[in-house]
Design a protein around this ligand. Structure first.
Ligand SMILES: [Zn+2]
Length: 455
């Protein structure tokens, strides 16, 4: 791969030197264009297995409202740098899955870790994965076998969908805009009072003649928790993608979850509400199309870093033994899980390597991707600091290890600030200071992406 990449620019230089003056106008134009490629794969498990998202679920799925999908977009800048973003109808991105997929894509396509963004919708009607969150449920061994088998199939499908998107690269025009959808409600008590982020970031990818919408990337900061039933379903996000793909035949519509960890689609628990929210979100995207969108310039740079976030406290073996007597099934399951890890690994880490990623597209768009279930304070703060209207913040990206409260939410406690660490099998709440560490890392990566990068 390296050899190929070294020789390619030389070949391009000689072609450019000898033929530039004779290139037809259309071809000259196309060399200043972005390229984009798309692919889509069904990732619905073939056999009934456990769903993820709710710890009380105690049996496998019973049917499906819709298939679950992985969608990939590959983007190549006019300068020749390639990145891929994957959107999945999954509860999260297990860190082991991200590792396997990124290793394969780096090896097969020469991309770096910073060039690959793995996102999910956080649908609560998707499959349980081979991750720590699945330990919140009481899953029989035979069902665990199915989950692990599915995980291997899923890993391969994600690698394939990325390769297919890269193989589909074609000249394209990129434009961005920000829309609105108003169904997310801050769910922390008192419900409906706390901050919200109703923005709908949109990237539209069209053919150079402007006739064909080839792809749509859009996001929203709200849990996909309309239903808690035993059916496969992409929730409002899956519905929105489906509406957009039906409205624009030939287009691939990729959803990503924003900083919606403390946001719920309310009211909920009726399938038709999920369909309605999907329509509202798709209408938010459509409105952006009807207005004036901003063309994305030719620059593309990426950065990725893991920053160690500290836990408040790492429990001792004695403390975990005491937790085994708890009346809470979740606390008992976590104690068992941590005791297992203690036995296997010798100790429990006092920190977690938290992934932060920044993509700069043109001078118009700074796209921040944060791991975990990120509360809305982060997107509001980062948009303020990095520029309203030109900053996107994706949550649930690259690794979903637990909730990521802001300093405010950490101090307030409650589910997102404290108790959600138990179903995620984490040793304790985060130590104060995590918001500053995360935001400082984002700022450092933004500086890094401001410098031009070789492809
Ligand atoms: Zn969640």
């Amino acid at each position: 791969m390296k050899c190929f990449r070294l020789f390619l620019p030389l070949a391009m230089v000689s072609v450019a030197l000898s033929f530039t003056s004779e290139l037809p106008a259309a071809e000259k134009e196309s060399s200043s264009l972005w390229s984009a490629g798309f692919a889509k794969a069904v990732i619905t498990p073939e056999e009934p297995q456990f769903l993820s998202g709710y710890g009380g679920r105690n049996k496998p799925v019973e049917g499906k409202v819709s298939d679950l999908f992985a969608r990939a977009i590959a983007l190549r800048s006019p300068g020749g740098k390639t990145v891929v973003m994957v959107s999945t109808d999954l509860i999260g991105i297990p860190v082991k899955m991200a590792q396997v997929v990124c290793d394969a894509v780096e090896k097969q396509h020469g991309l770096t870790r910073a060039d690959i963004m793995l996102t999910c919708s956080h649908t609560h009607c998707g499959p349980a994965l081979d991750d720590e969150l699945s330990y919140m449920m009481n899953i029989p061994d035979a069902e665990w076998d199915k989950i692990r088998k599915y995980q291997l199939v899923l890993n391969e499908k994600l690698i394939r969908v990325i390769s297919d998107a890269i193989a589909d690269l074609q000249p394209s025009v990129l434009e961005t805009g920000i829309g609105k959808a108003e169904f997310a409600v801050n769910r922390r008590p008192p419900i409906g009072v706390g901050p919200i982020d109703h923005e709908v970031p949109v990237l539209r990818i069209t053919s150079p003649d402007g006739k064909q919408i080839r792809g749509i990337v859009f996001g929203y900061a709200c849990h996909c928790t309309v239903m808690s039933f035993y059916q496969w379903w992409g929730d409002y996000a899956g519905e929105a993608s489906q509406f957009l793909e039906e409205r624009h035949p030939g287009a691939t519509a990729l959803f990503f979850a924003g900083c919606g960890a403390d946001q719920n689609p309310l009211p909920r628990r009726k399938l038709e509400l999920g369909v309605k929210y999907g329509r509202m979100l798709a209408a938010g995207v459509q409105e952006v199309f009807e207005g004036k969108m901003t063309p994305v310039g030719p620059e593309l740079s990426t950065a990725f870093r893991r920053v160690d976030l500290e836990f408040q406290k790492v429990p001792t073996s004695e403390e975990l033994q005491a937790d085994l007597k708890s009346t809470s099934a979740y606390t008992v399951r976590r104690a068992n899980r941590l005791l297992d890890r203690l036995k296997q690994e010798g100790s429990l880490s006092a920190t977690y390597p938290y992934p932060v990623q920044v993509w700069k597209l043109g001078t118009e768009l700074t796209w921040v991707a944060l791991g975990g279930e990120v509360v809305v304070d982060y997107s509001l703060r980062l948009k303020n600091e990095l520029g309203q209207g030109k900053t996107w913040v994706t949550g649930y990206a690259n690794d979903v290890m637990c909730y990521i409260p802001s300093e405010r939410v950490l101090e307030e406690g409650g589910y997102e600030g404290a108790s959600s660490m138990i179903p995620y099998q984490q040793p304790s709440s985060w130590k104060s200071g995590l918001e500053a560490r995360i935001v400082d890392t984002v700022q450092a990566l933004v500086k890094e992406t401001a410098k031009p990068q070789a492809e």
